[in-house]
Write a protein that binds this ligand. Structure first.
Ligand code: RP5
Length: 163
């Protein structure tokens, strides 16, 4: 298996890292090569453009964007590529992530961003959705994903309640 990254995770600040970590962990668990970068739509717009515009040619197939506040990162990335962009709203302001959620989910018609839940569950699901997209053309990954899902079901079935 090539270790060339298939999924690119971009976060607007290092302060987003903890929230995006579940995405990185799940991609690693599913043996999907990924890379993670800090790039900001408003603080490093040129570098962000360069990253997204070269993403497909470098072998990336899905992009995950995590940002807080007025989270335009995902939308700006989606504007620059036809790769699927999955947005993860991060809690970074007194609005508790609702600002980020609405910024990411309310893309005007024509430039889609697949928006996940606020915070770590959204980051985890972004990785799983990326895996599902990649599994469309990767039978071995499909099997790993199916096992991962079955293991989660087994965890629930083994949960015991106090007497
Ligand atoms: C956004 O602003 C980042 O994605 C982060 O969630 C938030 C705060 O960034 P820092 O001030 O911590 O760098 O651009």
């Amino acid at each position: 298996m090539s270790d060339k990254p298939l999924v690119g995770i971009v976060m607007g600040s290092k302060s987003d890292y903890e929230v995006l970590l579940p995405a990185i962990e799940i991609l690693r668990e599913l043996e999907i090569p990924c890379e993670a970068r800090v790039l900001s739509a408003h603080r490093t717009p040129a570098e962000l453009s360069e990253y997204v515009e070269t993403a497909r040619a470098r072998g990336l197939r899905v992009l995950i964007a995590g940002a807080g506040g007025a989270a335009h990162l995902a939308g700006v990335m989606a504007a620059k590529t036809l790769l699927p962009v999955l947005g993860v709203p991060v809690v970074a302001t007194p609005l508790n992530g609702l600002d980020s959620l609405l910024s990411i989910v309310q893309m005007p018609k024509g430039v889609p961003v697949g928006t996940l839940a606020i915070g770590k569950p959204g980051a985890a699901n972004a990785a799983l959705l990326a895996a599902e997209i990649l599994a469309l053309t990767d039978a071995a990954l499909y099997e790993r994903l199916a096992k991962w899902r079955a293991a989660r079901a087994q965890e629930v079935l083994e949960q015991m309640l106090p007497d």
